[in-house]
Design a protein around this ligand. Structure first.
Ligand SMILES: [Zn+2]
Length: 306
């Protein structure tokens, strides 16, 4: 009996330590200053941008957990001296949207029409009850411009890639764009074929992004970069698409494409990770290229939500 209690005590202790570790990792947010008015917040989930305007803060993406949303809101107040008045969701994945409900009720939430549709149809279990109040309440299809408290913000849907509804935020006065998950900097990308994503079309979409006016680039995941960072990623996607097309032409199996040595542009890429690997790695992207080229996936099914 005494030994049993001892073991239970040790197990509880280990559990508490693990929970405390996960909590600290979720709460940990790193701040990068890009200008007096623009900061990047990094934590578990996509990169968040915080812009100061004279009428309140603008938040781009809200990470994965309500706890993170609350921390983003608090940091935004500290960095800008004002309450967030607008959330922009770059796309529907949970690591960019599930922090939304931590903001004030009635906050403007903006996305593309396709993103709102994906949130409602592919992530239905989350966006019910009170959370539904934080779904996008303003949408656009291709392009829109906001004038807000002395700042100009352009929102552009440059085409399919990660999903079919991603938007790019142009912080015109700062010369910076936030690309959401249309750019994974030095990380393997998720390609959400089920939500209209495409390996084949992604390079052209990146070309449309290159036509915008900017110097610095906030990716969805990874470090802040520049035009060269987009070019490098574009070369990776082109190579991946070409390998997928070849696999379909030559009737390769999924195992054969995953064993190829032809993918070389990923030499310094890392798999996405939060405490443990999330399964978005070299094998995953090759499988997705094969699935798209051979038509082996079901549209509207929902993929990995990163
Ligand atoms: Zn994503």
């Amino acid at each position: 009996m005494k030994t049993g209690l001892k073991i239970l005590g040790i197990l509880l202790f280990v559990l508490v330590i693990c929970a405390a570790y996960v909590y600290s990792q979720v709460r940990a947010i790193e701040i990068e200053r890009l200008s007096d008015d623009l900061h990047v917040l990094r934590g578990f989930g996509g990169n968040t941008a915080v812009l100061r305007t004279k009428v309140g803060a603008v938040i781009v993406d809200t990470m994965t957990f309500g706890l993170q949303g609350a921390r983003i809101r608090q940091l935004a107040r500290q960095l800008t001296g004002a309450e967030p008045i607008l959330i922009i969701n770059t796309h529907y994945h949970l690591d960019h949207t599930h922090g939304n409900p931590a903001f004030a009720e009635g906050t403007r939430v903006l996305s593309t029409t396709a993103t709102l549709s994906h949130l409602k149809t592919l992530d239905t279990n989350f966006w019910i009850g009170d959370a539904a109040k934080f779904l996008p309440n303003e949408t656009f299809d291709d392009r829109t411009t906001l004038q807000l408290g002395g700042k100009t913000i352009e929102l552009v849907h440059p085409g399919p890639g990660h999903t079919d509804g991603d938007l790019v935020v142009v912080f015109v006065d700062e010369n910076v764009i936030h690309m959401g998950d249309l750019l994974f900097q030095k990380h393997y990308p998720n390609i959400d074929l089920e939500a209209g994503g495409s390996v084949q079309k992604w390079p052209d979409t990146l070309e449309n992004v290159m036509a915008l006016a900017f110097n610095r680039v906030i990716p969805g995941h990874g470090a802040t970069t520049d035009r060269e960072g987009i070019r490098e990623f574009q070369k990776f996607m082109q190579q991946l698409g070409a390998i997928g097309a070849k696999a379909a032409n030559e009737n390769w199996t999924v195992e054969e494409i995953q064993a190829t040595g032809e993918l070389t542009m990923d030499a310094d890429y890392l798999p996405l990770k939060f405490i443990v690997a999330l399964g978005i790695d070299r094998e995953f992207v090759l499988k997705r290229a094969w699935q798209e080229a051979t038509g082996n996936f079901q549209k509207g099914d929902g993929g990995i939500k990163n």
